[in-house]
Ligand binder design. Structure first.
Ligand code: CA
Length: 665
């Protein structure tokens, strides 16, 4: 026995003899476990349990036959081990069984918990499951590969809720509301046009970004017939897929296998998969699976001992504490390796500390540097952790290769997220040009942008355009169609609303950075004017696939934008330096008109010079353009990459509320 082990042995004997609860003056003094075998290591001949519960005086392991019903068939005492952990090995094959831990603190037994590192559960995630992960792999999983990706600026994100994607009666998909809907091919809407994964392929997006798909609380997995809906920002088990999206939430293997089938199918269609991760808070506070292991430790607490609440959901986690940091790093690594997930969108990333985010990036780089990481560079409410330590957008330059959403371009284009009635640049509002230009240069430093005039930020906040997400709408607040309608000038027609819509997304897809759309925007979806539909019924949230037929013009235009971006590297410049050198704004002397040239085959583009003009005015404008044999490829709401016409004159008319794109060979 080594001296260290002997010491630990004596220490544990002493503690268990006295049955005391170790006391630490601060959370920083808690011992840190540095192994990678927390909670369960399964072999057919034995299962080894190790739970981190440093302040417990006793810990029990409860074994069950069932994931939800009946009492424990066996209750075993765990033994104090090193670095705050408790261990026990059961020398029998426990496959198919379930377990929980229960810890005693200050003479009181806490509620049972499946732990926080738990990777498989029964229904509603209440009990951990013991399974053989080899049995969760779909056929051919060993050959599953991430589709090619060169630069982050080549990414085109498509944010979708698992249920919205397929639940509509006209989706043509059988597995409505399930992960498996993403494996169905040849599905069609009522008019026979492609839906589902075929539609995504036709549209051309590169990454599907799934709203929370880990195990969340708000949908009761035992009452799926009630069709309750939720976005899922209420985490229960971070390392387990959500049961309601599986075809059988009672069988712990099924949800895991079906999640993998979804990833495999998207990969086979050349589409990468991103998970929305919500490590910033848990659905429960006192009784969360984290808090039942080490009360208080995983959360930030206010000076007056109340739970701090930067998430606006009742609590906020403490990424700066060693074991929470370790958990977050290991969790994303787990999803990237076990499930082949290709990227992570951090909800309210501004709650997490910069050091943790950079360690996450470093850990993912070891697996594959093309895994994309981005997040919301803000919080929902104030946090007790100093702002200079947190991953908010103004600190984005300190984040290594991690992107942030640009609310500057978002609200410049469509108007305030908070005040639905306020219109933006695309609806004819004045004085938002600099914020739009900030988006065009991908949030980087550019000599022709006046940062003092931005609506939110007052300085460039990223090192390179790979660090900015350009968008005009997402699941939050109103979707684009509803927002443009709500904020429209009194005399604006329905035809104009379509112009505003196309102009907004044209700016998103032609700007430098990483473009992002909310699923269904390409079909002119609406949510009947509702804001934040996180628990609205399917009738509001579902993608109505027949819109693809009724709004064919919109779909063709969006598809055209995506093809333009895909075929033309000039819109995907990877560095700030290249943007500074090759992107020049023209001074057209007309308010609400922004124009720039991308010059000299930038980033290897086949087109020599590209002239882009956005007209935010509701009337046509005549502008002077440089001399040249210009080929017009986007004009008055139409995209045709083979060329609409040739323009030789230096006087050019841009249609109302629209974009014109011209190039010379
Ligand atoms: Ca759940």
């Amino acid at each position: 026995m080594k001296i260290h082990s002997l010491y630990m042995f004596l220490f544990s004997v002493l503690l268990s003899a006295c049955n005391t609860t170790p006391k630490y003056a601060t959370f920083d003094e808690y011992p840190v476990y540095d192994g990678n075998d927390l909670e369960l290591t399964y072999f057919p001949q034995s299962s080894a349990f190790r739970v981190w519960a440093p302040t417990a005086s006793e810990v029990k392991l409860l074994l069950y036959d069932n994931g939800t019903e009946g009492g424990a068939y066996k209750t075993l005492d765990m033994n104090r081990s090193d670095q705050g952990t408790w261990t026990l090995t059961v020398n029998e094959n426990l496959k198919g069984k379930f377990y929980t831990f229960q810890i005693k603190i200050n003479e009181e037994w806490m509620d049972e918990t499946p732990g926080m590192w738990v990777k498989a559960t029964g229904v509603n995630g209440k009990r951990a499951a013991i399974i053989d992960f080899a049995e969760t792999n779909p056929e051919g999983w060993e050959n599953d590969k991430r589709p090619m990706l060169e630069n982050f600026t080549d990414i085109m994100l498509y944010e979708v809720h698992v249920r919205d994607f397929s639940v509509s009666p006209n989706s043509g998909m059988k597995n409505k509301g399930k992960f498996l809907a993403f494996t169905e091919r040849g599905t069609k809407n009522s008019a026979g046009e492609a839906t589902g994964i075929d539609h995504l392929k036709e549209l051309g997006v590169t990454h599907v970004h799934l709203l929370p798909s880990f195990d969340f609380a708000s949908v009761d997995e035992t009452k799926l017939k009630e069709n309750k809906y939720n976005w899922g920002y209420d985490p229960v088990n971070y390392n387990v897929p959500e049961g309601s999206y599986s075809t059988n939430p009672y069988d712990p293997v099924v949800r895991i296998r079906e999640f993998k089938q979804m990833v495999q199918s998207l990969h086979q269609s050349g589409i990468r998969v991103i998970m929305d991760v919500v490590y910033n808070h848990t659905a429960a506070s006192e009784n969360s699976h984290l808090n039942l292991l080490a009360p208080g430790y995983f959360y930030r607490i206010n000076a007056d001992s109340t739970w701090s609440n930067a998430s606006g959901c009742g609590n906020e986690t403490a990424s700066e504490r060693a074991m929470m940091r370790k958990f977050m790093i290991e969790s994303v690594v787990y999803w990237a390796t076990e499930y082949h997930v290709d990227g992570f969108r951090f909800d309210l990333m501004g709650i997490h500390d910069i050091e943790t985010m950079n360690e996450i990036r470093a850990a993912l780089d070891k697996i594959d540097p093309s895994i994309f990481v981005y997040g919301e560079g803000w919080t929902a409410a104030p946090s007790p952790l100093a702002e200079e330590k947190r991953a908010v957008k103004k600190n984005a330059k300190m984040l290594d290769n991690i992107a942030v959403f640009s609310d500057d371009i978002r609200d410049a284009l469509k108007g305030s997220w908070m005040h639905a009635e306020i219109p933006g640049f695309v609806s004819g509002t004045d004085s938002l040009e600099e914020s739009v230009k900030f988006g065009i240069v991908g949030g980087t430093q550019h000599p022709q942008v006046d940062y003092k005039k931005l609506i939110y930020s007052k300085a460039p906040y990223v090192n390179n355009p790979t660090q900015i997400i350009n968008y005009v709408s997402c699941h939050d607040d109103m979707c684009l169609v509803d927002k443009l309608k709500e904020s429209k000038p009194a005399d604006a027609t329905d035809e104009e609303l379509i112009r505003f819509n196309k102009l907004a997304q044209t700016i998103v897809y032609t700007s430098q950075g990483v473009p992002f759309i909310y699923a269904g925007e390409e079909l002119y979806r609406n949510k009947k004017g509702m804001h934040n539909t996180y628990q609205s019924p399917d009738s509001i949230n579902q993608i109505d696939w027949n819109f693809k037929t009724t709004h064919k013009d919109i779909f063709d235009y969006y598809k055209g934008l995506i093809t333009l971006r895909k075929n033309h590297a000039a819109f995907r410049i990877p560095t700030q330096e290249m943007i500074q050198k090759h992107l020049k704004f023209l001074d057209l002397l007309t308010p609400n008109v922004i124009s720039y040239i991308l010059s000299d085959h930038v980033n290897g583009d086949v087109w020599k010079d590209i002239l882009v003009i956005y007209n935010g005015n509701r009337k046509a404008v005549t502008v002077q353009i440089p001399e040249g044999d210009w080929n017009l490829v986007c004009h008055d709401g139409v995209i045709n990459l083979s060329g609409i016409s040739v323009v030789n004159s230096t006087t050019f008319v841009v249609a109302p509320s629209s974009c014109s794109i011209l190039y010379v060979k």
